[in-house]
Every structure is written in C-alpha cells, then in structure tokens.
Design a binder for this molecule. Structure first.
Ligand code: PMP
Length: 383
C-alpha cells in the first residue's frame, strides 16, 4: 500500500495492538461457540463474552445486562427504531406513533425512519439542524406532541463533529416519559461520557470507531426506570436473552471489551490531546493566512473531527499522501452535497472545497504539519 498519513479516524480506526493481542486466542485455540454449554470450549467463550460485557458496562457506567451485542451501529440503529415500533404496534395496533429525529442523522437512522413513515404509518418529524449542525432543546420542546413516543438524535455528528445537547434533551424525555435513543457512534471514545450522568434509554455504538474490530457493535437498552420493551430484529437461536439471535462474534466482542477498557482508562488524556492537536492545526493555518471556515460548532463538537471549507478560489484538493474524506459524493460530472452539508446550508459549489479531517490516538503534530505544508503548496503560499 502507498504510504499515506491517515486523517480519516471517523471512517474507521486501526485496531489497537492491545485489542489485537486480546482477540488473537479467540480465533485460534479458544474458538468455542459461547452457546455451547456442554464443554469447556463453550464455557471459555461465554466467560470471555461476559467479561467484555462488564468492561463495556463499566466504561459507560451502566449494568452489563443492558448491553446487547450486534454487528455494528447500523444494525443497532435499525433494531432500536424497528424494535420499538413493533413493540408499540403489537401492544396497541391502532394508537398513533410520533417520532422526532433530525435531518443530519446517519443514513442508518434516516432510511429506517423513512421506511417506518411509509410502511408502518408512523409520523416522523426530522428537525432541521442549525448552521452549527445541532438541534436545540427549544426545537425539541416545540416538536413534542401528545403521541410522541421516541426522540432519536445523534450524540455527535459524523461529518461535522457537532454535539447535540444530549444531557438537556435526556432531562426533557425523562420528565415527559418519552423514550430517548441516541446514536453515539462518533461520541464514545472521542469525549468523556457516562450514562449515569446522561440518562438515555437506548444507545447505539460500534467497536471499529474506537480502536476495536469491524463488524461488532452494541445496543444499550435501559433495564429500569423505564424498562425498555423492544421486539427482536433477528429471530433464531435466542442468543442475547432472546433479543438478538445469531452465534456471537466472540473474538470481535473480546476486542470490543478491551477497546472500551482502554477508552475508560485513556479518554481524558486522549480528549485533551485531540483538543491540542486541533488548536495547533488551526493556529498553523491562521498564521499562514489561509482563508477557511470551520463547519459545525467549534465550541460544541468532538475535537477529533474538523470539517473545513477552504475559501481560497484557486485551491485544488488533490492531497496525495493524505487520507481524508469529503462531505460530497461525486457521481460522474455531477457534484452532490452530502445531506449533512446541505442541512447546514452549504452550496454545492462549496462542496469541492469542503474536507473532513479526523484524527485520533496515533495522530502526531508532525503529521498535521505535513498536511499543512501540502495545503500551503496548493494555495501557493509556502511560508
Ligand atoms: N452512525 C454514525 C454516526 C456513524 O458514523 C456510523 C459509521 N459511519 C454508523 C452509524 C454506522 O456504523 P457501522 O459502520 O458500525 O454500521
């Protein structure tokens, strides 16, 4: 592979070496199925899964039994929405259901909510985010109807890093007895957070965004005050207390547990380091008189995600040797804005100059300096 500076940690992270070491035996000698309860291979696998569940619960300050393993956040999001709707419609088939979400959510929320509108007669309001990529508590309060059953808002936005006021909204939903689901895929592992301090009812997240392996994630379901009642998405052997069937991805789950252990122990330091890296980068660019705009909410965002629109007219954004992402999808000659950039009011002409850099655990100041030098040369402004 060509050597490239990796600045796309929001797309995925490398597996931490400690995570890889913890996983390895579960591919090799400890390969048992955690559902095999008649021999030591199965017992060993089951105990590894339960250890991981405890590690994850401890990092989030919840109970181990409130974690249900899935294949990732896409599945967790689909399950949360479909599972709740099915449970409500089974209990009261004629009752109206209203759900509040936003227009800047991940597609795994948007698409399933659109499906529910079309095929399950569910009323959904997609609140428009502000130019900072956030939903306000006032918008939420105004949107609540007598039959609002669920609010689903992401903790941190994957393109902008903007943080929604999750704590304030969780107070509203508790008071009004409305379920609160949050897609925390881009928040866990980036900022210190605890579900004891922020009492949501359902939460989705994924291991590969926090130095764990791909293909494993979890859905948190509150077990008390209230007990979240949800129908399964997958039916079969009855794993995960009958709610998520399928042989468990034991090595993946072990890696997920280890990754969350590292998050628990390192998050404060890593958060500070990310803040510093972001500050350094913005300072270098400002001093070099590069004209740019930070999209999103700089004071209310995860510091690891920087979404930038460069304002220099002559800039070109081929950055060989840098791995980053763009908030636009190019279909042949047509330049299409992502739904998130459209939601914050960007024009398609700005899309070509809008880049997302996301950094993480392994990012160094040197790497950011190399990126900056490359940008300066594109702007013909080498200093
Ligand atoms: N939600 C958000 C906010 C994400 O960023 C992503 C991954 N891009 C997902 C959900 C889907 O996660 P997974 O890849 O684990 O299905």
């Amino acid at each position: 592979m060509q050597k490239s500076i990796y600045l796309d940690y929001s797309a995925t992270t490398p597996v931490d070496e400690k995570v890889f070491t913890a996983m390895q035996p579960y591919f090799l000698e400890r390969f048992g199925n955690s559902a095999s309860q008649l021999h030591p291979y199965g017992w060993e696998a089951e105990s590894a899964v339960e250890k991981a569940r405890k590690q994850i619960a401890s990092a989030l300050e919840i109970l181990p039994k409130e974690i249900y393993f899935t294949s990732g956040a896409t599945e967790s999001n689909n399950w949360a929405i479909q599972g709740l709707i099915e449970a409500w419609q089974e209990e009261a088939p004629q009752a109206s259901i209203h759900i509040i979400s936003s227009n800047a959510e991940h597609n795994s929320i948007l698409r399933v909510l659109e499906y529910a509108q079309k095929n399950r007669h569910v009323e959904v309001d997609f609140l428009p985010v502000g130019t900072d990529g956030r939903v306000s508590t006032e918008q939420v309060l105004q949107a609540i109807k007598p039959h609002t059953k669920l609010i689903s808002l992401m903790w941190a936005n994957n393109e902008l890093g903007s943080l929604n006021p999750i704590q304030e909204i969780s107070k509203i939903t508790r008071e009004k007895k409305i379920y609160f689901h949050t897609d925390a895929t881009q928040a866990i592992g980036k900022i210190p957070l605890s579900l004891k301090e922020t009492p949501v009812d359902l939460l989705s997240f994924s291991a590969h965004k926090l130095y764990g392996p791909k293909g494993v994630g979890a859905l948190y379901l509150r077990s008390q005050n209230p007990t979240v009642q949800i129908r399964p998405l997958l039916y079969g052997g009855g794993q995960e207390r009958g709610l998520r069937s399928g042989t468990l991805n034991v090595p993946g789950i072990v890696g997920f547990g280890q990754a969350m252990d590292l998050v628990k122990n390192q998050i404060v330091e890593e958060f500070k380091k990310a803040l510093q890296l972001r500050q350094t980068l913005l300072k270098i660019w400002t001093e070099a008189e590069i004209r740019f705009r930070v999209n999103g909410a700089i004071n209310h965002s995860v510091p690891q995600i920087l979404n930038i629109t460069f304002l220099e007219p002559e800039g070109s954004f081929q950055l060989p040797g840098i791995s980053f992402s763009k908030g636009s999808a190019c279909h042949s000659e047509k330049q299409e804005l992502s739904h998130v950039l459209r939601a914050i009011g960007l024009h398609s002409l700005e899309a070509e100059k809008t880049l997302r850099f996301s950094f993480g655990r392994m990012t160094t100041t040197e790497e950011l300096k190399t990126l900056s030098e490359m940008l300066f040369s594109r702007f013909k402004k080498i200093k």
